[in-house]
Design a protein around this ligand. Structure first.
Ligand SMILES: *Cc1c(COP(=O)(O)O)cnc(C)c1O
Length: 454
């Protein structure tokens, strides 16, 4: 008889609320500041960019916020997502640990990102908005919002980081298939894009620059709002459907995780998995180790400074306190484009400062090695971003082997790599180099952090 490896929830058990960790934090997160006055921003300051429902979620301290039925109806296309036990990987590793993963690659766009794209598009539609501008790095967020826009009749304009626009034509084709418009960033369509191109016509772009362009379009057009695929409180909250399902599925599996792991770019898939578990702990439950895994080439949590900074390069956004490499820092080009962001979600940064989570950084070649090992054992080819979490889980499983411990490990497999096979080709051809970040550029970017009175 074969052993069960896949745990699927009954649809009737699907979570009906998002979990808001702000309700359970021992110390509230520092406020978001207006860049001019350095005073906390109010809901009205954000109104040009977001519909009011999302702004209220951003500042809410309610523990539970209801998921609207039309949003849950779309989620039924792929949710609940499966939880797997990686028995074959355990065997290959020869570890006494039990490894589980929550697989978010089953969504139409191939990652966890539609979990927030769908509600964001829906709240915009409810507010009468017809157009949304956004940015995308590797193309995962752009295709997720393009998919959501198609379902709710919203025109989506995506500023795609130049280097990935050129390297990932199929992600662009997917966005266009869903009906979105895709522009390489920096572009000639905005003041922030033109300013960068004037200095360097061949600039490869960065997430920080693409955010500036998308925010500028929303701020200067009454009929257009802006959407962000990570970092913000409401985005992290939308992702908590992942962890809530996982809590129920781990119960079905008859196991309780000791270690939780996620990769971190802006922090949303990590928070989505771990915040519901952390909430249980903050309300008096079991303490678990929680590990964020980031790229060594863009190490905001392990090497960045916890300080107020802008979310974008042209300094159009409010100031948030976060682990940052500096908003002018351009991370070197590496293959997990979704992790190339200079900052970390304020809530993830805050729980790191409170000592509630740990962070580690790995180089991309070791991550691809782990991804290939995972694919050959479990069959799923992970997204390059998700390979960081895979390696994090393998490292923990090997520690358990050394220590003779049968701990339970759970990680978020945030997406599949079917649009990223050129990076796997590069890895297998031995052409993948581990790019260190530029210490001097980092020091310069950190020296340029805005000053904020204590
Ligand atoms: C975008 C992306 C990430 C990184 O973003 P987070 O907000 O940190 O989750 C990780 N994995 C995949 C598959 C992605 O598309």
């Amino acid at each position: 008889m074969s052993l069960q490896t896949k745990y699927l929830l009954d649809e009737s058990k699907m979570p009906k609320h998002w979990y808001n960790i702000a309700a359970d934090l021992p110390v509230p997160a520092p406020p978001v500041l207006h860049p001019g006055t350095k005073q906390p921003v109010g809901p009205d300051d954000l109104a040009p960019l977001f519909p009011m429902e999302l702004i209220m979620q951003e500042v809410s301290t309610e523990r539970e916020i209801e998921i609207p039925e039309p949003v849950r109806d779309v989620f039924r296309l792929w949710r609940p997502s499966p939880l797997f036990r990686a028995r074959r990987l355990e065997k290959v590793l020869g570890t006494p640990a039990r490894i589980y993963y929550k697989y978010e690659g089953v969504s139409p766009a191939g990652s966890h990102k539609p979990n927030t794209a769908i509600p964001q598009a829906w709240y915009n539609q409810q507010a009468g908005i017809k157009k949304i501008s956004t940015e995308t790095g590797a193309g995962q967020w752009g295709s997720s919002l393009a998919f959501a826009g198609a379902l709710f009749g919203i025109d989506v304009k995506v500023f795609q980081v130049r280097i990935s626009y050129d390297q990932k034509p199929y992600r662009r084709a997917l966005m266009e298939t869903y009906g979105a418009t895709c522009v390489a960033s920096p572009s000639n369509e905005t003041n922030s894009g033109r300013a960068i191109l004037a200095k360097d016509p061949n600039h490869p772009g960065s997430l920080g620059i693409a955010i500036s362009e998308a925010v500028e379009v929303a701020a200067t057009n009454d009929d257009t709002k802006y959407a962000l695929g990570s970092v913000l409180n409401h985005v992290l909250m939308h992702q908590t459907i992942v962890g809530q399902e996982a809590i129920l599925q781990m119960e079905m599996a008859g196991d309780d995780p000791d270690v939780l792991i996620g990769c971190t770019g802006g922090g949303s898939n990590f928070a989505g998995l771990v915040f519901p578990f952390l909430g249980l702990q903050l309300r008096g439950g079991k303490k678990r180790r929680i590990v964020a895994v980031e790229p060594a080439a863009c190490p905001s949590l392990t090497r960045g400074k916890y300080a107020y900074d802008f979310g974008d390069t042209a300094n159009l956004t409010p100031l948030t306190k976060m682990h940052t490499l500096g908003s002018t820092f351009t991370p070197p080009g590496f293959h997990a484009g979704g992790l190339r962001y200079h900052g970390m979600a304020p809530l993830v940064s805050h729980v790191k400062e409170l000592g509630l989570i740990e962070a580690v950084a790995f180089h991309q070649s070791q991550c691809f090695q782990a991804g290939v090992q995972f694919a050959r054992a479990e069959g799923i080819v992970p997204a390059p971003e998700a390979n960081h979490a895979v390696l994090g889980a393998i490292e923990e499983a090997m520690r358990c082997k050394r220590e003779g411990k049968s701990e339970v490990i759970l990680f978020n497999l945030s997406g599949h790599g079917h649009f990223d096979m050129s990076s796997y080709s590069a890895y297998m051809a031995g052409k993948l180099v581990d790019v260190p970040y530029d210490e001097a550029e980092l020091a310069m970017a950190l020296a340029g952090l805005p000053s904020v009175p204590a």
